[in-house]
Design a protein around this ligand. Structure first.
Ligand code: PLP
Length: 411
């Protein structure tokens, strides 16, 4: 008899988005004329930069000729893209990362989800609460947790991110943990809270990880939204991070590639994990082996499109699109603050994390029923998200201004 991977039965059904969809469609059915504005979207809304479109067209034409046709490419990505990423995202900022430490993929979600394959079944894992669910669910599927009890998985360590720590946990909290985590997932600028981490805060994690021989899995999917020059864009801005961190990057939110699909993962040379008898094994060749075995590369077209993000036009155009989202965020943030709400995020991030001074689902309903506005209840991202809603800046200006107008009427 075929036995199923029962770890899948532990995964909490995606209650959050199903429940939102359910409440929104019930509201729309009862109010067919209501013009609903969705402020909960985690997907970009603006079209791709013209430089990217031009490069995509050219790449299509390449595929039409015998001389420029590209079939299978290198699984780790084309050198033309790896070199641009290494130079512009890291070396030009004084960060020591080489092209052969960059692995191009079809997005950060897959990489964040796949990376756990490199580690033993019994590693201890710490995640933030609230959290991007991919880090959690992929480890549940792999059998690294127990059952979900009251919204938290047994065996998983949760680092509470709330107003008391500015939504950035410190490794200090681990002194109360019986076992130190082997893997710590960090994501800054954060989804869902929109919080950013300072260099000192990240350095504390790096120093801790080096001492414990643990590994930081750093998700930098929103780094392009950082405008404050003091906020680090990469974990590798911290001293010693090459020895204890993997970093995930994505062109999804930074350049509107959610539909095109491209990102990359940085695995530095010399980064180690250990066998049971204490021998260090390099992770970079293991990740190379994993990718060459299970992945056949992001498409040539996609990578040519991504390369264009790094041209002077591409950089200026994608920056302008992000500036537009940041203006959306700043307009909503100012409006909610005027109405007396405490709001985190939005300055270096597309997300606003609003303290609703009560139950997140009740507030969700109040905005839905009173203003035809859809938000994301924070409780859906973890226990510590209760009392908050997430608002995203991915929207048209028209919708944002209309939503602000409606807020002032119901709040
Ligand atoms: C959107 C997002 C990603 C990017 O996923 P892709 O697969 O590259 O589209 C990664 N991490 C977080 C936290 C995100 O919100």
């Amino acid at each position: 008899m075929l036995h199923v991977n029962e770890n899948y039965t532990k995964i909490q059904a995606s209650y959050l988005f199903t429940e939102i969809a359910h409440r929104v469609s019930a509201h729309q059915a009862a109010n067919p004329d209501a013009k609903i504005i969705r402020l909960g979207i985690g997907d970009v809304t603006e079209p791709l930069a013209p430089a990217v479109i031009k490069a995509l067209h050219k790449a299509v034409d390449d595929e039409a000729t015998r001389e420029n046709f590209h079939g299978y490419g290198p699984e780790q990505g084309y050198a033309f893209l790896r070199e641009k990423a290494a130079q512009i995202d890291f070396q030009d900022r004084g960060i020591d990362i080489a092209a052969d430490e960059i692995f191009i993929s079809d997005g950060a979600k897959c990489d964040c989800g796949n990376v756990q394959e490199l580690f033993a079944d019994d590693v201890t894992i710490a995640v933030g609460d609230p959290v991007y669910p991919v880090y959690v669910d992929t480890n549940v599927m792999a059998g690294r947790t127990g059952l979900n009890v009251d919204g938290r998985y047994e065996g998983l360590q949760y680092l509470t991110c709330d107003a008391s720590n500015g939504f950035v946990p410190s490794p200090e909290v681990l002194k109360d943990f019986a076992k130190k985590p082997d893997l710590v997932y960090l994501c800054y600028p954060n989804n869902p809270t929109g919080a950013v981490a300072t260099l000192e805060q990240l350095q504390a994690w790096v120093d801790w990880a080096k001492t414990e021989k643990s590994l930081i899995l750093f998700d930098a999917a929103y780094e392009a939204f950082i405008r404050d020059p003091k906020i680090p864009h990469s974990i590798y801005e911290c001293k010693g991070a090459r020895d204890c961190a993997i970093e995930f990057r994505s062109y999804s939110k930074t350049a509107g590639f959610t539909g095109i699909r491209c990102g990359y993962t940085v695995v530095p040379k010399g980064l180690l994990a250990y066998t049971t008898d204490g021998k260090g094994l390099e992770l970079r060749p293991m990740w190379t082996r994993r990718q060459t075995t299970k992945f056949n590369g992001a498409s040539y077209l996609t990578q040519r499109g991504a390369e264009a993000i790094y041209t002077p036009e591409g950089r200026a155009e994608t920056k302008a699109i992000i500036d537009f989202y940041l203006e959306n965020a700043s307009l909503v943030k100012a409006a909610l603050r005027n109405l007396g709400y405490t709001v985190t995020g939005g300055d270096n991030s597309p997300y606003l994390w609003v303290n609703v001074k009560g139950d997140s689902w009740e507030f969700f309903d109040k905005l839905l029923k009173g203003a035809n506005i859809v938000t994301t209840p924070g409780a859906g991202f973890g226990r510590a998200g209760e009392g908050y809603i997430r608002i995203s800046a991915f929207n048209s200006r028209e919708n944002v201004l209309e939503a602000i107008d409606r807020f002032s009427k119901v709040l």
